[in-house]
Design a protein around this ligand. Structure first.
Ligand code: AHG
Ligand code: MN
Ligand code: MN
Length: 338
């Protein structure tokens, strides 16, 4: 008889809840509801090539990006999984400019969900890994049905954060502040099973860096110098000996960095000074996970989790991964603007 016990994500969430004195079931239910939404999205992602779900949805989102049908589907699945449970006061999504209210016919709760329903959407049609990213906060405003201030709290205030990567297998990875835990979906039983307990970013890490080098000419001189160092161009001590990996889906690039170590970078540049990635529902959740796994995440000037967001869709430069590599990058960039 195999000694390992099957631990489903639902059972793990309940056990995590016991570590939070005073936690009520609401918080655990939100995480379980997200796992359910992930299963539904995973099924659609894995069938996407067979359904009329590929191709352009025919409109552009708040980021002025062509919205793929799967983006819209994922948005709807997550919203409908959460809108009636009475646990949330409101939601914020990459796909929607304004806050997403809880319908009046449903009760409002004490938590806030922020999410990127489908990350890496440029990779949907070419069968490359994509993902979902989410963060959960406690409501801080006095507004029964939430307010913007509930959705733009510093990442340090997150109660939980996680992502789903729809890849060769579908995995859900989350933290509630007690380490990082990964679950692999077994489609034959429809359960996320604990496969990666207590994930730690390896130190010393894999000597791997991840950045879109097409933008090299737009980077600041310190950023160019940093990547030259990684490529062994400057002959300085410790220079070179790195491999380069870039999928173009943040969740996939981060997941590899979390498991193997490495350094993921999306810097600002002369065209987009704040970079492309969004602070509230991309950088913050992954930064919480990275720190919980012993890693680090900064914007080149300060820790991601200490930034006070000014808006729901605010962009930020992001340097995230193995602590030793982020430390090195941060030292080279601090004070120069990434
Ligand atoms: P989204 O699909 O949610 O808009 O995110 C796409 C992001 C992120 O997943 C990835 O790291 C980045 O876009 C890639 O951008 P470039 O194509 O500029 O490298
Ligand atoms: Mn994204
Ligand atoms: Mn997205």
């Amino acid at each position: 008889m195999n000694e390992t016990h099957i631990v489903t994500i639902e059972r793990h969430i309940i056990e995590e809840e016991r570590k939070h004195p005073g936690a009520r079931g609401a918080f655990s239910n939100i995480l379980s509801d997200m796992a359910l939404a992930a299963k539904v999205i995973s099924r659609e992602v894995n069938m996407a090539g067979l359904m009329d779900i590929l191709g352009q949805a025919g409109h552009r989102n708040v980021q002025e990006e062509e919205v793929q049908k799967l983006d819209v589907f994922a948005q709807d699945v997550i919203y409908r999984a959460m809108d009636h449970t009475g646990h949330l006061c409101c939601m914020g999504s990459e796909e929607v400019e304004e806050l997403l209210p809880i319908p009046e016919k449903f009760p409002a709760g004490d938590y806030v969900l922020l999410f990127d329903p489908l990350d890496g959407s440029s990779n949907i049609d070419v069968n490359v890994s994509i993902g979902t990213i989410f963060a959960i906060f406690r409501k801080v405003s006095g507004a029964e049905r939430g307010a913007l201030e509930d959705c733009i709290q510093p990442g340090r205030k997150q109660l939980a954060a996680g992502y789903v990567v729809y890849g060769s297998s579908t995995m859900m990875v989350y933290t509630t502040g007690n380490g990082v835990h990964g679950f692999t979906l077994d489609p034959s039983i429809g359960e996320f099973i604990l496969s990666h307990p207590n994930i730690r970013i390896p130190e010393p890490p894999a000597r791997s860096y991840s950045v879109n080098e097409a933008y090299y000419s737009r980077w600041s001189p310190p950023m160019q110098k940093l990547v030259d160092h990684l490529k062994g161009r400057d002959g300085s001590p410790g220079s070179g000996g790195f491999s380069s990996r870039y999928v173009g889906s943040l969740v996939a690039d981060f997941h590899r960095t979390l498991l193997r170590g490495g350094l993921f970078m999306y810097p600002g540049d002369s065209v987009n000074p704040e970079g492309k990635l969004r602070l509230v529902y991309e950088a913050n959740p992954l930064a919480f996970i990275a720190e919980q796994a012993g890693g680090r995440a900064t914007d080149g000037e300060q820790e991601i989790l200490d930034v006070q967001p000014q808006g729901l869709h605010q962009r930020t430069p992001l340097f995230i991964g193995a602590r030793s590599l982020v430390d090195m990058a941060h030292e080279q960039l601090k004070g120069h603007g990434s």
